[in-house]
Ligand binder design. Sequence first.
Ligand code: F0G
Length: 462
Amino acid sequence: MPEEAFPLLPPYRIKVVEPIPFLTAGQRREAYAAAGYNPFNLRADQITVDLLSDSGTGATSSAQEAAAARGDESYAGARSWFPFRDEVRDLTGYPHVLPVHQGRAAERIVFSTILRPGQICLSNTHFDTTHANVELAGAEARDLPTPRALDLDSDDPFKGDVDLDALERTLAGPDGERVGLVLMTITNNGLGAQPVSMANLTAASELCRRYRVPFWLDAARFAENAWLVREREPGYADLSPREIATRAFQLADGCVISLKKDGLAPVGGVIGVRDPDIFATCEANLIATEGFSTYGGLAGHDLERLAVGLREVVDEDYLRSRAASTARLARLINEAGVDTVQPAGIHALYLNAGRLLPHLDPGRFPGHALASQLYLTGGIRCAELGSLYLGELNDDHQLVRPAPFELVRLAIPRRVYTEAHLEYVARTLGEIAKQPDQVPGYRITAAPRVLRHFKVRLEPAV
Ligand code: F0G
């Protein structure tokens, strides 16, 4: 089998292409200064390789576009709703399905239904919008990642796990009464794109059952988690990625999913739930805020693309080549002299900027400095996950509490870039790694109070 012998071989060829610009170094310098040295302010037509997010940025297939042409845009009971609903039911095993326009809408609706003010939501790691939506519901979002995740260099296969001891201690301790939800993020996007093992999900699910706490999945990358389980966890090699994903869903009471990732479509999300009462409350909220229950803020053509995408994403040849491609990029980057969080996940690589740029203290934002240099040197866009995003600042924008690590995330859109684009990324990093002490730090010139990293403006601190 060629795909077994050569795992990088993608099971598709390219049919529609989109031009990408090559700017001169001078044009990039000008564009980045005008953007306030913040990659979120760049225009897409100023970017050569865009690794800012794997969300909504994937390529669709000819089968998805053919289905989209059949999209039925009826207000209620559209024909396009049924294949979507059936696909989600079949994949998750949950009887009740509600479409939403993206993941955070699902979070808002579910958390405002399940959580009461003063309660606690526990997670392996909340994604940032998830954290924000827990707090908007008046509850506290508390992360309990496995301590094994703190060793960025170890080869531990499941650093996305929840810390089971801490979970049980919290459930059994004085805060136990206040725990309103346990939410497992698969894969753990906030913590190095690391997968969660089925053993960990099973144990967490049992604890929740014992302490009578709802157990839900934030399953934005359910297929990629399933693939890594199959590759890394004993006992799963003979199951299909789809069977593994279904087993994960079966351990939970419900799920929120951003379908902009493993739905292989530009937009979409879904709520799946067992309990009819929770479903009814969520449905009322959905109709009031997103749209009627058979479209939930999506167009019929979106539902059609998603129904097909949910099948394509669990294709073994697709997952094998995507995982091999990310692993190869990690190897090339490491060989070029830049460390990444180990082992490589699938949807993103996390560069250890703190280690590459020791001349910059956290207050000069080494993660942001490396992300900026990737744009200035190579037109590559990505964003830091370090003190600029996660640190605490005083009113003068000075860092008073740094983040635990200074990382940069290279998120890899699905089915979009060829190996040549990714080699270019590794080569650019190699150029930067030859003279890391030439990379300048940054200082903040203006920052909003909330969701700082999106709108912050900076300048080089030279
Ligand atoms: N949960 C996880 C784990 C996510 O990674 C995201 C989005 C969401 C929920 C929210 O979904 O964007 O559809 O509303 N992550 C994107 C990213 C934005 O770049 O990692 P959404």
